[in-house]
Every structure is written in structure tokens, then in C-alpha cells.
Design a protein around this ligand. Structure first.
Ligand code: SAH
Length: 238
């Protein structure tokens, strides 16, 4: 996204560029306001808030919904899927307790928004999406934003990515009946997994930590509702 903001500083050179520059500033303010609302809503981690102030959510959703981009609501992204509300993405991201040099696995790339947020906070993001059209459009959008430390793979993410494991953090962004064991097995020592698990119409946001020596702890962070996690270690696809 550096390229994005550099383009903004060059915006005054022609009339056309100027209006582009003005538009850009107008869009940066809603992002900052979103970060302020997230802070007011209880998000404390400044790096997480800064990531929300910088990622252009409006460029990751269908054009017709751009007016709603910085409201704290989930939005449809096609194929029956949704981009989660920013407050939910923020809660999950904060719960991962990221410090900067981690490799993170995301299951459910969707729009690419959560991946773009993570890209600001860690060294490397590996994201898996099962719907080909969504994987392709997320890749295109991330490229347009200049995000280069996210790899998007097409496939069933409930089995993780053994070739890239272990992961310092894993975020599951679709709701499954139970925590997929392959994902727990692919957590590094000291690693955290956050995701929604439980019934189809209502899940609990769960955090699993793998401690030194291999002990696992499980915390319930609160109720939530996500689209289905479909796959071998999720719900059966229709
Ligand atoms: N993180 C996304 C949220 C998208 S909604 C965002 O920021 O926009 C959840 C996504 O998980 C959907 O795109 C859905 O297709 C995907 N999904 C569901 N089951 C999956 C699986 N087993 N493997 C990979 N992706 C899956």
C-alpha cells in the first residue's frame, strides 16, 4: 500500500490527478474514523488499529457497496459469502497477539480484507480459499493494493498447509462444527488459533494456544455468527 499513498502525493500535477487526490483524502478519513470506533469498542492494540486505519476496505468489496465500506457491518461478496464486520475482524486479529515476524495461516480468504490487515502486522500470510472466483478476485485486489506478503492458495483449508507448517498463528474465518485437528497440529509452540466453532446458526469464537511443551489451552471469546466452513474437517458441502 506504500505505492498507493505515494501516488496520492503526486496527485496535484494535473486537474484529473487533483480530483483523484481529493477523493483519496476523503476515503482516508472514514478509515481513520473506523479505527477510532474500533478503539472506542474495546480494541486496544495500536498496531491493529493502525492496520485498520490504513487498509482500504472499499477496494475489497463489490463496487455497488462502497458507500457502506467503513460501516461496522458484514457485506455480501458473492457466491453466498460475506466479508466480516470490521469489529469482528479486529477482535479476531487482536486475539492472535501478533508482534511482527510471524507466519500466519488464514482459512477463508474471501474478499482478502482480513489477509490485507494481517499483511500489515506480520511477515507472511498464507491464505486458503475454496471458491475459485473469490480466490482469484482476492488475489487481484491484493495485487492492486501492493500487498506482496500474502500467498493465496485455492483449496480446502480445513486440512491446513502441512508443507508450510508450523504456523505462529492461524485464523479461521468461516464457522465449523469443531476445531479442525490438522490446524491444531500445525500450530507452532507458543502459537494461537482463533476461529468460530459450534452450531451452524451460532458459533463461539474460540482461541486455542499451544504452549511450550505442547500443552493446549482453549478459551471462549464470545458468541458470533459466520458463514459455513465447508470441507473435510468442516461441514459437508451440499
Ligand atoms: N476472511 C474473509 C472472510 C470471508 S467469509 C474476508 O476478510 O473477507 C469466509 C470464507 O471462507 C468464504 O470465502 C468461504 O468460501 C471460505 N471457506 C469456507 N470453507 C472453506 C475451506 N474449507 N477452505 C477455505 N476456504 C473456505
Amino acid at each position: 500500500m506504500e505505492a498507493d499513498s505515494r501516488a496520492g502525493t503526486r496527485a496535484g500535477r494535473s486537474a484529473g490527478r487533483m480530483s483523484e487526490g481529493r477523493g483519496r483524502r476523503e476515503l482516508e478519513t472514514p478509515r481513520r474514523r473506523l479505527a477510532e470506533r474500533l478503539a472506542a469498542g474495546g480494541i486496544r492494540n495500536q498496531r491493529v488499529l493502525d492496520a485498520f486505519a490504513s487498509v482500504p476496505r472499499h477496494l475489497l468489496i463489490p463496487e455497488a457497496l462502497r458507500a457502506d465500506a467503513y460501516r461496522n457491518i458484514s457485506l455480501p461478496i458473492g457466491d453466498g459469502q460475506t466479508i466480516s464486520a470490521p469489529g469482528t475482524v479486529a477482535q479476531m486479529t487482536e486475539a492472535l497477539e501478533l508482534t511482527g515476524d510471524e507466519t500466519v495461516l488464514e482459512v477463508g480468504t474471501g474478499s482478502g480484507y482480513q489477509a490485507a490487515i494481517l499483511s500489515k502486522l506480520v511477515a507472511r500470510v498464507i491464505s486458503i480459499e475454496r471458491v475459485p472466483r473469490l480466490a482469484a478476485s482476492a488475489r487481484t485486489a491484493l495485487d492492486r493494493l501492493g500487498v506482496s506478503n500474502v500467498i493465496v492458495h485455492l483449496g480446502d483449508g480445513t486440512g491446513g498447509r502441512p508443507a508450510d507448517a508450523p504456523f505462529d498463528a492461524i485464523v479461521v474465518t468461516a464457522g465449523g462444527p469443531e476445531i479442525p485437528m490438522p490446524l491444531v497440529e500445525q500450530l507452532a509452540e507458543g502459537g494461537r488459533l482463533v476461529g468460530p466453532f459450534g452450531a451452524r446458526d451460532q458459533q463461539q469464537l474460540i482461541r486455542v494456544c499451544r504452549h511450550a511443551g505442547g500443552d493446549l489451552t482453549r478459551e471462549v471469546l464470545g458468541p458470533c455468527r459466520f458463514v459455513d466452513l465447508l470441507g473435510t474437517h468442516g461441514w459437508a458441502a451440499a
